[in-house]
Write a protein that binds this ligand. Sequence first.
Ligand SMILES: [Zn+2]
Length: 226
Amino acid sequence: MTPDQRTAAYAEAAKEFNRRAGRDTGSSVAEQFDRRLTLLQDLLYCRLHGDVQEVVGKDSMLMPVSELKTQLAAKTEMAIFEVAESRSAADELGIDTRPDDWFARWLARILLGAAVEAGALARLAEYEDQAPRERLLAFTDVLARVLPESRRAPLVLFNLFPLSVRIAASIALGDRVRAAAVRNEQLEMQPALGDCTVCRGQLLTTGKQCPECGNPVWKFNWLVAD
Ligand SMILES: [Zn+2]
């Protein structure tokens, strides 16, 4: 998408959000969701694939077509999972996401473009019926098919990921108190994340990541530490 197309897409998304959710913050909500969730996709892909490839791939200036296809497929699956997790977070924050499943379709269009494929909508419907744990297991299964090396990632990376999505959703929807509470859940899950001398495990501003530990999708060495 060009910057102009993106601005137009946000304006369109903002109108629909305001109408459906009865708010007037739609343009910042749409932009925050897009920027934060896209960053989480980029970072998770990097952790699962890029970090592993770093040793072999540095000399190659051109990414092979097969790798681009894998990346697109993996990030599409991540986006679908993010939509499902965000829908659940939005429900908890008092937004009625159900009529026509509008919220999921709205966010899917922001993340995946105007023409969301039938396969993505079917997966979203499956996720909707699942409890959080079941949904996460289904996501890791799908991801392992697209990106087999994801099986080598520490389990805690996957346990932290839905919470990072919920933080992004809470901030996008203007509830920083809820976002901070979810970050505390992550710190309880993996106390070492609070030891980073650069970010101290704090919430970061939109578009930022911690160069030291990787917050909000942590580097492996921070996940296997005691
Ligand atoms: Zn850090």
